[in-house]
Design a protein around this ligand. Structure first.
Ligand SMILES: [Zn+2]
Length: 118
């Protein structure tokens, strides 16, 4: 007898790849002005009262980081923090504000785990 194997797709990386190109645009859309600094971008951190351009955005990795208030993450997590919403909601908003950045399947991957008990 053969047992059926469950197919599990893990395509998280594709989400990150697409998100990298958008992170600067998205962060600027929240009113944060970013300046190019080498390969990164720097700007005022929106998560604390910043006066020293503490926020560093690395588009090649799709990550932001602030060493002062320890804020860090990807573009979806940036929106999550900014709006105080779930990652799934943030991914949805990203999809609406920057069309084509995230596909429907990516939304599922970013937001909730599918519990397939069938
Ligand atoms: Zn900060």
């Amino acid at each position: 007898m053969k047992r059926r194997k469950k197919l599990e797709k893990s395509q998280r990386s594709s989400t990150q790849l697409k998100a990298t190109t958008a992170i600067v645009r998205v962060i600027e859309s929240y009113g944060v002005k970013l300046k190019a600094a080498d390969l990164d971008y720097i700007g005022l951190c929106p998560f604390h009262e910043d006066s020293g351009l503490s926020l560093r955005v690395t588009p090649s990795k799709g990550l932001f980081q602030c060493p002062v208030c320890n804020a860090t993450g990807n573009v979806v997590q940036f929106i999550t923090r900014m709006r105080n919403i779930s990652e799934r909601e943030a991914a949805l908003q990203l999809c609406q504000s920057v069309p084509g950045v995230i596909s429907g399947s990516d939304l599922l991957a970013a937001g909730e785990k599918k519990d397939t008990s069938l």
